[in-house]
Design a protein around this ligand. Structure first.
Ligand code: PLP
Length: 461
């Protein structure tokens, strides 16, 4: 018997796979038996490693994906953390790196999700595909909670499975022929999705930038707001406030200038407000607080960092009906088309959670979670200040941006990991403008944050 035959009969026996075994459907009214799937279809699953790598399809790799550098930043940080744990299996590693939430979701919110979930087991409570744009009640609650007097209506809001997913869906709407600008440093999804869409040229190693992207430098010297007089016109401007990773929130005056810049250039701003509720002072929480923004801006937002929904998955994007392409066609109609084609709407259970977040008790509970992380931020800021570091961010965002002048970010990342077992994020992972900085996330249990700060003090005192 050949190896393949042997594999197909012994290694993939139908009894080892519920998928391959004959299936007996106990439907409510009758029992139906269907024949097993043909085993030959799945031989490759058990094919030995060397045969898998030897065989190549005739499909060429997407040349745009091939332009991407190394891994996406956060998987790379996770890989280094795993390697560190292999080296020091007993180390008490504290992760203040990736920026994932750690505190439990308030009960008033999970109860609503549990109720919706249990309802799905009943005839009355069951629902299947919902409206692709999201449930009406949630869209209405989002409109009134976040955009009360800003003229954003329920039908301008598209509920999603998170801001990152919507960033990519927006890129699909824009296509490969647009030019784009990003803050430098910025959340890596903007640049990477642009590369994947084919909007950029190759990565240029000497400057650590992709060709055809306008990098808007944001440094302590310019108050983390780009000098727009030196920024070239692009079709799309990604702008995140409060910014990940610098923690800087733009002022009303700065955003007014940004909106004017977009209008003068006929550009579209994609405004990422994923951390808006972390703002403590009077800075705008939405781009739509700026007059005229509805004609030039889209806003994307998320429950991830407000309610610990990083795993639950729920966000939203506002595409005002006033926003038009050059031919007068509404951007919202194309976004709707992409949402209907590439997405089938957010999970009904997540949406029940989102609605609970916006109830008076849910909103208060969500703000308590945010307040807890803001306390963590204060502890981290005070620690680095006491050690004589220049520290940015923190006040309006759950990120602390620590300056290590003249040093390589990955070197500092490695030094901190090696000597304190604390995972941070190297600033250069967010763009060349992040070189010399490390981002410390305030998402963590309090005792871990306190312990991390003790270790920072030991290392840098
Ligand atoms: C600026 C920014 N936008 C979007 C996201 C992704 O949010 P979501 O979990 O909703 O996809 C993150 C997550 O860290 C972020 O920092």
């Amino acid at each position: 018997m050949s190896l393949m035959n042997n594999l197909s009969t012994s290694m993939i026996s139908s009894s080892s796979s519920p998928f391959l075994a004959p299936i007996s459907f106990n439907s409510r009214t009758q029992s139906v038996t269907v024949p097993p799937k043909s085993i030959s279809l799945v031989k490759c699953v058990s094919t030995p490693q060397e045969q898998q790598t030897a065989y190549k399809t005739k499909v060429s790799r997407n040349a745009n994906i091939a332009k991407l550098q190394a891994g996406y930043l956060f998987p790379e940080v996770a890989r280094r953390r795993a390697a560190h744990l292999l080296k020091y299996p007993n180390a008490q590693v504290i992760s203040l790196g990736i920026g994932d939430t750690t505190e439990p979701i308030p009960d008033v919110i999970t109860s609503a999700m549990a109720k919706r979930s249990h309802g799905l087991s009943t005839l009355e409570g069951y629902s299947g595909y919902g409206a692709e744009q999201g449930e009406k009640a949630l869209r209405a609650a989002l409109a009134s909670t976040f955009y009360g007097n800003l003229g954003i209506e329920e039908d301008d809001i598209f509920v999603s499975d998170g801001a990152k997913c919507d960033i990519s869906r927006l890129q699909v709407v824009f296509g490969s022929n647009v030019t784009m600008a990003v803050q430098d440093p910025s959340y890596p999804a903007y640049v990477d999705s642009s590369v994947i869409m084919g909007q950029t040229g190759q990565f240029q190693k000497d400057v650590e930038k992709y060709a055809n992207i306008e990098y808007m430098r944001c440094t302590p010297e310019n108050g983390f707001f780009p000098d727009l007089s030196t920024v070239a016109r692009t079709d799309i401007i990604f702008f995140c406030s409060p910014n990940n990773p610098t923690g800087a929130a733009a002022t009303r005056d700065q955003l007014t200038r940004l909106v004017k810049f977009a209008k003068d250039n006929g550009s579209i701003i994609v405004y990422d407000s994923a951390y808006a509720l972390y703002i403590s002072d009077d800075k705008p929480r939405s781009i739509f607080e700026i007059p005229g923004a509805k004609e030039v801006a889209i806003e994307t937002a998320s429950f991830s960092k407000y309610a610990g929904f990083t795993g639950v998955r729920l966000g939203w994007t506002v595409v005002p009906k006033q926003l038009l392409f050059s031919d007068g066609f509404p951007v919202a109609k194309d976004f709707n088309r992409i949402v209907c084609t590439c997405f089938n709407g957010a999970s009904n259970i997540s949406q029940a959670g989102g609605l609970a977040c916006l109830s008076p008790e849910g909103f208060e509970a969500m703000q308590e979670v945010i307040g807890f992380y803001k306390e963590n931020t204060k502890i981290i800021v005070e620690t680095f200040n006491s050690l004589g570091f220049k520290v940015y961010g923190g006040q309006n965002a759950p990120y602390v941006w620590v300056h290590f002048p003249g040093r390589n970010s990955w070197d500092v990342f490695s030094e901190i990991l090696e000597k304190t077992h604390i995972v941070t994020t190297p600033g250069s992972g967010f763009g060349p403008g992040g070189e010399g900085f490390v981002r410390v996330s305030a998402f963590g249990h309090r005792e871990n944050v306190l312990e991390a700060c003790r270790r920072f003090k030991q290392l840098y005192n």
